[in-house]
Design a protein around this ligand. Structure first.
Ligand code: HEM
Length: 502
């Protein structure tokens, strides 16, 4: 008996908006009981700038969640509270390792209700944090989107979130489309599978176009120094001033209070991109692990579960129903096997390979973005810090200053042994492997060869994308890392990595 094909409504997924909510995010909570939360969020940038947020939150009463009715209200509450929480933790001269009860108590309740961790996630920053400018126009159009909450009030921050929103909206129809393809494959209906794959490939191309628009209105220096520090979580944050994590003061501790540690907000928490991998049967292995052809022949009738710790870890940061949807899709994904069994069907094979190729291009452009927005600015910051006095470096401790304190080029893990790539080497290795794995299932020999070419991607060295990662010194560093046999160290489990760690 084959497992049933998941029904979107069972997971709160919209046929038109995908992982974005069917009901648009609320612009404020309707119950005036929550006016104090709304007032803080509306003045968040000014409160952070004037360093008065902590005082205001300290005087805020602990509000109950009893006045939250519909899911849209719970989602608005979650978004508000995570913005307040991260503003509180990171919005001072040094980070706060305590969240007061006025935030901690309702945040824990709301997170439990929505099945999300009590930190800023892709859901609170992007999925549930936008509004259309004109309600009668589509939300897959960047010119029709605005954010509800930001830390900085900058256009750059809004744009950073909105590019993802537009991508989620534009990609949304692919979800139903590919579930139709899964059903068609069960019926041996190759024509329908081919049609669905061809449309999927075209939409992926649209997503890459949207992704590249990041350069239009999000400045890398502002992103790195001003926006990214607020997205930081509480895991691996010793350098940034949170050696143990954060205590959520919810009044529940009988004994000693315990620290919590969470990853920061990252687009890697997007369920959409993981859905693409699953439905196409793409396998993500731990960094450094090569493809094993023996495993390949044993694979039958389902998508391989990602064995990459980080990718699996990110599912814990998705809304619970979305993560469950992904694991249920995993158990029905049959497209890769279907294509394998119909290798003589050229249009089908071409359509499947086109999807892999388009998704690979998207990852390639993403690597150029990470290079320009994280890796290069992190090097600039470190270069600048070397010319500053240690006193000046100590004055403000947060994520923007943290990387200045790291040794150049390499770091030692907590056990004092292994070398780990810093300056982005491990990060780029992870992203490149994810990109290369995307092309691996290609059916046509020439497509496989084409996608495994090691060429400098177009656009990576241009004015917009900045210097390519090869130019930025990665070839040398990568060789060093590989020679040391450490290509597998970017596992981000407990030790290294993260949008906020470089
Ligand atoms: C300025 C823009 C962006 C930057 C700086 C950036 C940075 C990063 C970083 C550092 C990672 C590694 C994981 C982590 O450390 O969190 C990552 C992974 C990832 N990002 Fe982005 N990202 C950006 C935009 C986007 C957008 C718009 C999307 C699309 C929704 C996206 C999708 C992903 C995915 C799916 C991963 C997981 C790796 C993979 O599947 O290839 N990113 N990103």
């Amino acid at each position: 008996m084959l497992p049933p094909i998941p029904v979107l409504a069972d997971y709160g997924i919209s046929p038109t908006h995908g992982f974005l909510p069917e009901v648009l995010p609320l612009t404020r909570l309707p119950d005036p009981y929550y006016n104090k939360w709304e007032a803080i969020a509306a003045n968040l940038q000014a409160l952070i700038l004037s360093k008065r947020l902590r005082g205001v939150v300290g005087r805020l009463p602990v509000l109950s969640t009893i006045g939250l009715e519909h899911d849209a209200e719970w989602r608005r509450a979650y978004s508000l509270l995570t913005f307040m929480a991260h503003g509180y933790i990171w919005g001072g001269d040094s980070p706060s390792d305590r969240l007061p009860p006025s935030i901690a108590v309702p945040l824990l309740k709301v997170s439990q209700h929505l099945e999300v961790p009590p930190v800023a996630t892709y859901a609170s920053l992007c999925l549930w944090n936008f509004k259309p400018l004109f309600v009668d126009e589509d939300i897959d159009n960047l010119e029709n989107l605005a954010t509800l909450n930001t830390f900085t009030g900058s256009l750059d921050e809004s744009w950073f979130y909105l590019v993802s929103v537009a991508m989620e909206a534009r990609g949304a129809p692919i979800i139903s489309l590919m579930l139709t393809a899964v059903a068609a494959a069960r019926q041996n209906d190759a024509a329908t599978v081919t049609r669905c794959l061809a449309t999927f490939a075209e939409r992926l191309d649209d997503l890459t176009t949207l992704l590249q628009r990041m350069h239009e209105s999000c400045d890398p220096t502002i992103f790195y120094n001003r926006i990214r520090p607020f997205l930081a979580g509480s895991k691996n944050m010793a350098e940034a001033g949170l050696p143990h994590g954060v205590i959520y003061e919810d009044g529940s501790a009988d004994g000693p209070e315990t620290y919590r540690q969470y990853s920061g907000g990252s687009n890697a928490q997007s369920s959409l991109i993981q859905f693409f991998d699953i439905v196409l049967g793409i396998e993500h292995r731990p960094t450094g692990e090569k493809k094993n052809h023996a495993d390949e022949s044993e694979r039958e009738g389902r998508a391989p579960a990602p064995r990459h710790n980080f990718i699996m870890e990110m599912r814990k940061y998705m809304p619970g129903p979305h993560a469950r949807f992904l694991s249920d899709v995993q158990s029905v994904a049959n497209i890769r096997d279907f294509v394998d069994e119909h290798r003589s069907d050229r249009p089908l094979c071409l359509a499947y390979d086109a999807c892999l190729s388009m998704l690979r291009v998207l990852r390639d452009k993403h690597i150029a973005i990470v290079t320009r927005y994280i890796v290069l600015p992190s090097r600039e910051v470190r270069a600048r810090s070397r010319s500053r006095s240690p006193e000046a470096t100590r004055r403000k401790v947060n994520l923007a200053t943290a990387s200045r304190q790291q040794p150049q080029g390499i770091a030692y893990d907590k056990k004092g042994g292994n070398l780990k790539g810093t300056g982005g080497t491990a990060l780029i290795l992870f992203l490149k492997q994810a990109r290369d794995e995307t092309g691996e299932p290609a059916v046509e020999e020439w497509t496989r060869r084409f996608m495994s070419r090691q060429v400098k991607a177009e656009g990576q060295g241009d004015f917009f994308a900045g210097k390519g990662e090869e130019d930025a010194g990665f070839v040398v560093e990568r060789e060093e890392v590989e020679v040391a046999g450490l290509a597998g160290t970017w596992t981000i489990d407990d030790d290294v990595g993260g949008i906020c760690n470089y």
